[in-house]
Design a protein around this ligand. Structure first.
Ligand code: SAM
Length: 288
């Protein structure tokens, strides 16, 4: 099968199957071959790798992944795309297509079945409407993954690498930086997709850490504190934590913990580093 990554071949296959793009499912297919080439290069995919692709669409990126990887498992939610994938991936013997929702797919089982339990690599041109839930699931559900190379909306990429005191810094930045070493790999303009999205995109490379950069007694409490700290951005950290329904600390306890860290009582959550959030959750944990 000829490669799909150009406007002519994409149009042809879409017309042949009378496929109509569903905006609701984030369907913007790649039509520039340099993008899948660079995704494969950024992910450093070799024949030793088993790659999970989220949302293969008509199989554009899948074709490049299949050539570089040992195995590809592609999870696509849209039933209309399954017969198309059968045609466009015909001849690539190392690809398994799963019809399903990535948020309901057991990737631990995929790793066991397709990669002897070893870590998977994730590669995707993500459906933007669920970028954050997908990334958070992959990070927190203890799925064996060594890296994620994913196309996201540029603003989301900026949030992933943002540091304290910036407008983009938030719960996503801290979660991504706790579990991975994120890098912005390369920008992708709307002209590389069909149909063209209204936003700019960027490919991110998230290398999963063997060990988090800070050690905390209770990871769940750390992320509950982080979510609460950014839940009400205009409030002080002490008030945000004391008012958070998901936490049960009093204002006195949160004020004392902040003071013990040598921080100002009026400090805002966005000023704290990951290390400081780690320390704060450790101190708050003592009140439980
Ligand atoms: N990989 C293709 C490409 O690069 O041309 C298509 C990428 S398109 C941006 C996103 C794909 O994700 C679509 O094919 C869409 O149907 C699929 N998708 C949307 N929601 C999904 C979900 N929950 N689980 C799996 N796939 C999903």
């Amino acid at each position: 099968m000829e490669k799909l990554a150009n406007p002519k071949n994409t149009k042809e296959i879409v017309q042949k199957y009378e496929f109509s793009f569903r905006k609701k499912l984030g369907q913007n297919f790649l039509i520039d071959p340099s993008v899948p080439e660079r995704i494969v290069e950024t992910a450093q995919i070799t024949k030793d790798d088993c790659v999970v692709e989220i949302g293969p669409g008509i199989g554009t990126l899948t074709q490049y992944l299949a050539e570089a990887a040992g195995k590809v498992v592609a999870v696509e939610v849209d039933r209309m795309l399954i017969p198309i994938l059968e045609e466009t991936l015909d001849g690539y013997g190392n690809v398994t297509v799963i019809h399903g929702d990535i948020l309901k797919t057991d990737l631990g089982a995929v790793a066991r079945e397709h990669n002897g339990g070893r870590p998977l690599k994730i590669a995707a041109n993500l459906p933007y409407y669920i970028t954050t839930p997908i990334i958070m699931d992959l990070l927190t559900k203890r799925v064996p993954v060594s890296s994620m190379t994913v196309m996201v909306q540029r603003e989301v990429g900026e949030r992933m690498i943002a540091g304290p005191g910036t407008k983009d810094y938030g719960a996503l930045s801290l979660a991504v930086q706790y579990y991975t070493e994120p890098k912005m790999a390369f920008p992708v303009p709307p002209s590389c997709f069909m149909p063209r999205p209204k936003v700019e995109s960027t490919v991110m490379h998230l290398a999963c850490r063997e060990k988090p950069p800070v050690e905390v007694p209770d990871e769940e409490l750390l992320f509950a504190v982080i979510r609460a700290a950014f839940g009400q951005r205009r409030k002080t950290l002490v008030n945000s934590l004391a008012n958070a329904p998901s936490l049960s600390f009093t204002k006195e306890q949160t004020a004392e913990a902040v003071l013990r860290m040598g921080l100002s009582p009026t400090v805002r959550g966005e000023a704290l580093t990951l290390r400081q959030f780690g320390e704060l959750s450790g101190l708050l944990g003592e009140y439980r």
